[in-house]
Design a protein around this ligand. Structure first.
Ligand SMILES: [Zn+2]
Length: 324
């Protein structure tokens, strides 16, 4: 079956009824505890979500990855897990499959792998992210880089969650922007505030947005032994508000995969492995002690540590200006 709004609604209904694990995790999600914490004027939500321990504590080093069966490959997925096909740019050989994520953060949470078992690298595939955002107007798409929260760094995939959940979607219009470049269709800006190194690319042309994205990618620093810059990406197609009719993309430039709080052996320990959802304003804590403990100070420390510094941001913005 192909991806469309009707088929997706039917898939949710069918999977939550027939697949016990998914059904009970979605049911449990409705009862998770949430608290709000404002940091530098930005409203974060903290979600205590025990089922996400699978992802937050996931071992993503090369050895662990090579020793496990890939859970995004069709042959290894549970027989009960069904999907919808999405063909991007007429690539029928290697379509995407839209799956219900059985370990949800969002009330509607999708995982969207490519059919082929192929590395998590965004170059050449960002156009699919924009096209999927248009195809799924009720959802925000996200991409976690291989060293930035992807729990399957060996199998290319996006995820998506229903709109109205990540606080940045509505907060964006209140955040100060510093223009970087502008064409008739596309604007690139630096978003000021709690997230250092956050770029906004908003466009009414997915074609041009993709071209500009690829150019930006060429000037972002790549760490030794890594295949792409450390980034998380959110994309959505705005159907209302000040950005109505535009493709919105947020690119978070990362410095670290996991913050020192993650590794701390004492009271400072917080099991929080930040990825796109956390950077979108919803922090996931699988342990109750962390949910109770985390406050403005810890969130600020985590954000400052995992995102690039202000001086690195300035240098990158200057490089971006030379290619746009
Ligand atoms: Zn795979």
């Amino acid at each position: 079956m192909i991806l469309n709004t009707k088929n997706l609604a039917a898939l949710f209904e069918e999977q939550l009824n027939s697949w016990e694990q998914a059904g009970s995790n979605y049911e449990a999600l409705a009862k998770v505890l949430v608290k709000e914490v404002t940091v530098d004027g930005f409203p974060f939500k903290v979600q205590f979500n025990p089922a996400r321990i699978v992802s937050s504590a996931a071992k993503v080093d090369a050895k662990s990855i090579s020793e496990r069966k890939c859970f995004l490959c069709k042959e290894n997925r549970p027989a009960i897990q069904k999907g919808l096909e999405y063909i991007n740019n007429e690539n029928t050989e290697n379509p995407y499959t839209v799956l219900i994520n059985p370990f949800p953060i969002f009330p509607k949470h999708l995982t969207i792998p490519l059919l082929d078992h192929t590395l998590q690298l965004i170059s050449g595939r960002f156009d699919a992210m924009l096209n999927l955002a248009k195809e799924l107007p009720g959802y925000t798409l996200f991409y976690n880089g291989p060293k930035c929260g992807a729990s399957a760094p060996d199998h290319f995939h996006f995820q998506a969650g229903n709109k109205g959940f990540l606080t940045i979607e509505s907060e964006l219009q209140n955040m100060e922007l510093e223009p970087i470049s502008q064409t008739n269709n596309t604007r690139v800006s630096l978003v000021k505030g709690v997230f250092s190194g956050l770029l906004l690319l908003d466009s009414n042309s997915p074609f041009e947005a993709n071209e500009i994205f690829e150019k930006i990618l060429t000037v972002l620093p790549v760490k030794e032994q890594e295949a792409e810059p450390m980034i998380n990406i959110l994309s959505w197609y705005a159907t209302s508000g000040v950005y109505e009719g535009r493709y919105i993309t947020l690119i978070y430039l990362r410095d670290k995969h996991r913050p020192s709080h993650y590794f701390a052996q004492d009271d400072a320990n917080i099991l929080l492995s930040p990825a796109s959802v956390d950077l979108g304003g919803v922090l996931i804590t699988p342990l109750e002690k962390d949910f109770n403990k985390i406050s403005e100070r810890e969130i600020k420390e985590i954000m400052d540590e995992i995102l690039i510094s202000e001086s690195d941001t300035k240098a990158i913005v200057n490089k971006i200006k030379t290619v746009l």
